[in-house]
Design a protein around this ligand. Sequence first.
Ligand code: P6P
Length: 338
Amino acid sequence: MTLNNRFYQEKCYKDFSTSYFSLPTPYFLMSAPLSFNHFLRERGVDSNVRSLLYHLARGVKYINFSIRAGNTGKVGSENSSGEEQVALDVLADQLILDELRKSELCDCVASEEQVACTDVSGPRGKYFVAYDPLDGSSLIDTNLAVGSIFGIWENSEVLEKPVENGMLAACFAVYGPRITFVISIKGKGTHEFELNDVGEFILTEADITVAPETKYFAPGNLRAYAQDPKYKAVTDFWLAEQRKLRYSGGMVPDLNHILAKGNGIFSYPADNENTNGKLRLLFECAPMAFVFEEAGGAALNQAGGRILDTIVTDYHQRTPIFIGSKKEVEDIVQMMSS
Ligand code: P6P
């Protein structure tokens, strides 16, 4: 029985038993759902990293509230990548920055919404956090799911090194019908938590794994279909194989679909105009690559290089990405790079 079912069983049983009879709670329902701090402590996660994740989770709760109560309109400004901002982009960015300042654990932080790093000089730590506070925000006014993506490094000396250097954890939140927070800690797996009615993130799926092969595909940047014969061949292959298309235009829900189903491949290649693709290494691709490798998946660029081996030359550098089921990713990138 997955934790999800148990959580549902517990809720139904408690409603039933308390509304009709005072039945004894069966043993398997006795243990309360595990909070994410409790679970991470049991897994031996460093207390400072747990504290950082606690503050990011608080920021996620405030972003969730803002989405459900906030203004989804544009603000007439652009982010550091020249993309038009919605009000929630600006608010989400500030909410996360505030929480990271409160943690007192960060030296500086980098946001997709800011040109440079923000010096927060925390007295208790020198961690570096890079984040996309509200990925896919242009989808909010359509009521499609969006997300936040975070990467945590042991210090801020990330430039001119492989992006994996010093990376301790990565996590992402999905603001959909359920508010979920997926957390990966180096060497300790990938786990999903769900925000419950009393504002606590509780464990719903521990040690998530991604199967090596897949029946789902999420083909991003189809502009490249008409420009790159290899991407056309790859997409035609997926269609000929009658794979199930699952693509929303939001990287976070699209990748979360792969984790939730346990298999899939997401692609976002380069095109003639965006010769390094659209997605950012630090704020999107590296954290997601970390999560997927901890779940037994893979994340490669279209030349066949491992995303996490990419040398960081600029905070806002972009990279093509193929991510998901390991064998599928390797086979598809072989087709792209041959
Ligand atoms: P396109 C959202 O704007 C985003 O950054 C990712 O979440 C998503 O995968 C990608 O861009 C979608 O790009 O070109 O399909 O709009």
